[in-house]
Design a protein around this ligand. Structure first.
Ligand SMILES: [Zn+2]
Length: 503
């Protein structure tokens, strides 16, 4: 490959020609994108713009095979680069030419193209692969969920390794075409809009398109026997929901919850601004897990979320993530509060709207419920550590932080902030400190002390500190749960606490 001669002056061009050939300058892309919790997640040296996945899946054997075409642009002179992947690779081509490849680490696929790739140059990688994802263990587990009639990829932060090669980090978003052939009578569910279904020789191919920037962990695939419902929102967006035919006693409650998706998304638009994507829905496969996940445009719900009857609160949580988590994603996994604090607070706002307890009452209750010696307070929601990334404190203390912010800046500025952030950062990323700076900008107030108190202190904020932020702390920081009455919505919200307890 040749350097593009974009250097303006002849002297500079001469210097460029005088240096060694690009093969000597090009270096390997980093095996990680630089995440503080997961140093080997994602990769350096390139940026993906599109994934095209053309797959075949056989439910009886859990056999997945196919071809991924990854469209990317080099961000350095690359002698070699990595994708994150765990299945068996049969062949790799870069720019149509066979490339050498090797595996390393837990999930690294190292690709050496026939010639180095210049910085700024677009390139295309074709990876042919196959495997039995439920049998492939990385770090001692598989994120692929096997069901009696198929399998599901939905997990956080690891999910993609078991079904497509990727730059596996929310910093590198891309669009997706996911086309999966399954035996007739079986369905394949993914993100976005269903472009076509075609049937031939006993196989049906489902072709899905997700054409807004999407993080790798938010890409999902579910194969199984589903009842699919379709509808259109008042604004004309397609709604596609899918329910396993085998949900048993949970079938009614699952529908009574997930069928309210359009209503909930419409309500959330009033809180967070216009819905950021062009499709919506949800799916409930017959998995034995208990969590739910905000997979883009089409959240995943475990049947167990509906074991006690309908639970609209979990639908509120996952749809809130479409703004906070999906459209605006973490910069680094330590920023998980910008996802979970807001999704939990949306559940509190829904409770407020439904007359089942205000967000203030829920904040007061959570504060009183956990005595000072409770380990709950040792987790800092603003930087919980990888082992506590999905700890209840990230959700509940994280939501108290938002109530404290609301009390500090007043409803007008608070709701302007909630709407403004997803608009300003749409399809991008943001950190906890970025949000703090944004809230300071909108409100014109210094907020460092408030954020430090609720997100970056490894102990229970004192009663005076809580009261200063409008949290009703009764007889001191040790006041028991009796100090604040339990809001009616608490049970349903608490039942969603397994939301990301994924493994
Ligand atoms: Zn969540």
């Amino acid at each position: 490959m040749r350097h593009r001669l974009t250097v303006p002056s002849a002297a500079a061009a001469f210097l460029l020609l005088a240096v060694p050939a690009s093969a000597a300058e090009a270096t390997p892309g980093a095996p990680g994108i630089g995440d503080s919790y997961y140093p080997d997640y994602g990769n350096g040296g390139y940026d993906v713009s599109h994934y095209d996945l053309r797959l075949t899946y056989q439910p009886p054997t859990d056999r997945l095979e196919g071809t991924a075409t990854v469209v990317a642009t080099a961000t350095q002179d690359l002698s070699r680069f990595n994708l994150d992947f765990a299945l068996e690779v049969r062949e790799v081509l870069v720019g149509g030419k066979k490339a050498a490849f090797a595996t390393s680490g837990d999930h690294e696929l190292e690709i050496t193209p026939a010639a180095p790739i210049d910085s700024g140059r677009p390139f295309t990688v074709v990876v042919r692969y196959r495997g039995t994802p439920s049998k492939v263990q990385v770090k001692g587990y598989t994120a692929w969920l096997r069901t009696p009639d198929g399998g599901v990829a939905a997990n956080e932060p690891e999910a993609a390794w078991w079904w497509f090669p990727s730059n596996d980090h929310p910093l590198d978003k891309a669009t997706y075409d996911v086309s999966v052939a399954v035996p007739d009578g079986t369905q394949a569910i993914s993100n976005g809009t269903l472009q076509s279904t075609t049937s031939r020789l006993g196989w049906t191919r489902y072709s899905w398109r997700s054409n807004r920037p999407q993080a790798t962990y938010l890409a999902t695939l579910a194969v199984g026997k589903f009842d699919i419902t379709t509808d259109t929102t008042a604004n004309g967006l397609p709604v596609i929901n899918a329910y396993s035919k085998d949900l048993g006693d949970n079938a009614g409650a699952a529908r009574a919850s997930v069928e309210r998706t359009a209503e909930v998304a419409d309500w959330l638009s009033g809180v967070f601004g216009p819905y950021p994507f062009n499709a919506l829905g949800g799916y409930v496969p017959n998995v034995g897990t208990s969590y739910a996940l905000e997979t883009q445009t089409r959240p995943f719900y475990s049947p167990r979320q509906f074991a006690n009857g309908s639970n609209v609160s979990v639908v509120v949580h996952e749809l809130a993530h479409q703004w906070y988590g999906d459209s605006v994603s973490v910069k680094d996994w330590r920023d998980i509060w910008v996802n979970e604090g807001f999704a939990r607070y949306a559940q509190w706002l829904w409770s407020e709207k439904e007359g089942e307890g205000t967000a203030q009452e829920l904040a007061d209750y959570v504060y009183a419920q956990h005595p000072a010696e409770d380990a709950f307070w040792t987790v800092e929601p603003g930087d919980p550590g990888p082992d506590n990334q999905f700890h209840a404190a990230v959700y509940d203390r994280g939501a108290i932080a938002l109530q404290a912010l609301r009390n500090e800046v007043g409803d007008e500025d608070f709701f302007a902030i909630l709407k403004g952030w997803p608009t300003e950062r749409r399809y991008g990323n943001g950190s906890v400190r970025d949000f703090e700076a944004y809230a300071e900008k909108v409100s014109g107030r210094p907020l460092g002390a408030l954020f430090d108190t609720w997100l970056f202190t490894a102990s229970k904020p004192s009663a005076p500190a809580a009261r200063a932020n409008g949290i009703r702390a009764g007889g001191g920081a040790d006041a028991g749960a009796g100090a604040a009455p339990r809001p009616k919505s608490w049970r349903a919200i608490h039942a969603t606490d397994t939301v990301h307890g994924s493994r």
